[in-house]
Design a protein around this ligand. Structure first.
Ligand code: PMV
Length: 362
């Protein structure tokens, strides 16, 4: 079992490199069992599992060049080709957090150029895909400097670093279904990094579809950092954390046996529980909008009437993720375009499917 210390570079680099470039894309992910509540240094209060997405992703290029002063970080940040000062403090904080694990970063000036495939301010958080894409590039630098590092370690450390940037980012590195957080029944699961769900997934979940209905594209009133924090001293915290363990046990069985009715029950209950935690925090808050509830009710009505196994999940916002198997795609998309699009801001939605993780471009 790896510990934090295993991710510290012990020796000086074995290769000397003056400059170089890498580029990776990393996807967003949508949790089925939710992470909500954390301990120090982004250690989750309970285990979670997510579907990796395919189309919603961040593409990040890093150019690095040796510099003289090795005491500080030095970097430029470009977003969609333009310098973006507002993003720099978050990156600076991330680099400081990972400094002990990646001391080589201070030897170089970094130019980080990043863009998303989904529209900015769509209400889809880019922190998971963004931190994962940046971490992949950093690990490519590490691999160039220490060519001996094994592949497994490369991906585990990438996920470990991404976690320190934004917890759920550690589930955006590798695999179609990723577990993060120690769970007794999931071999290799760890609080430190995400692992690919280790069992064979039933065919019902191959190419699973996620259509994201953009209900509200505005900035969230309460950030997830604050939301996680409110789980300290939350009256239902302990029960919630143990429920997440149970839901993950049950979902594990469902992912193996393909029972879609049970899948729906666990996934929708998790989404509503996440929002119930927000509504029962002190201070309490609501991130769902009236249209979120309209959509949920319409999905329930459609499912009751047609028996098509379509369900929803939510992340920390008003947008609705509509989840369904590939073989009912046509009927569900028809339903979405006729009945649900009217509840989306400017009629906007994004069709996505389950993906496989980060991809190296350069
Ligand atoms: O990774 P964070 O700190 O933005 O938290 C994400 C929390 C949820 O999206 C609500 C749930 C999850 O497991 O992704």
């Amino acid at each position: 079992m790896l510990s934090e210390k295993d991710f510290i570079c012990q020796n000086a680099p074995s290769n000397i490199i003056e400059k170089g470039s890498f580029q990776w894309s990393a996807p967003s992910n949508i949790a089925l069992v939710k992470y909500w509540g954390k301990k120090d240094r982004q250690i989750p209060a309970n285990p979670s599992i997510s579907f990796t997405l395919n189309n919603c992703k961040t593409i990040t290029k890093i150019d690095f060049a040796k510099k003289d002063n090795q005491n500080n970080f030095s970097f430029d940040l470009l977003f969609e080709g333009q310098p973006k000062e507002e993003f720099k403090p978050k990156i600076q904080k991330f680099l400081e957090r990972i400094a002990d694990y990646c001391p080589y970063l201070k030897y170089y000036h970094l130019t980080i150029a990043t863009e998303n495939t989904f529209p900015h301010s769509s209400g889809i958080a880019s922190s998971a895909s963004g931190m994962a894409a940046l971490s992949m590039n950093i690990m490519s630098m590490e691999k160039a400097l220490y060519p001996g590092i094994p592949d497994d370690y490369f991906f585990q450390k990438a996920s470990f670093l991404a976690r320190l940037g934004s917890g759920s980012a550690c589930r955006s590195v590798k695999g179609s279904m990723v577990v993060w957080g120690h769970h007794n029944e999931i071999a290799g699961s760890s609080d430190l990094f995400g692992v690919t769900f280790p069992s064979a997934i039933h065919n019902n979940f191959k190419n699973y579809q996620d259509t994201i209905l953009l209900v509200d594209k505005g900035e969230k009133q309460v950030s997830s950092t604050i939301g996680h924090d409110l789980m300290h001293n939350h009256p239902f915290a302990e029960q919630r954390f143990s429920q997440a363990h149970h839901n993950l046990s049950n979902l594990k069985t469902v992912l193996e046996n393909g029972n879609l009715d049970e899948f729906i029950q666990i996934v929708e209950s998790e989404a509503l529980t996440l929002h119930a935690m927000m509504m029962t925090s002190l201070p309490y808050f609501i991130l769902m909008k009236p249209n979120t509830l309209e959509i949920i009710n319409r999905i329930w009505k459609f499912r009751n009437y047609t028996k098509i196994p379509v369900c929803f999940t939510l992340d920390a916002g008003a947008n609705v993720h509509v989840l369904f198997p590939e073989n009912v795609r046509e009927a569900v998309l028809q339903f979405i375009t006729t009945e649900l699009v009217g509840y989306c801001q400017n009629g906007n939605y994004i069709c996505d499917t389950i993906g496989t993780g980060a991809i190296q471009i350069l």
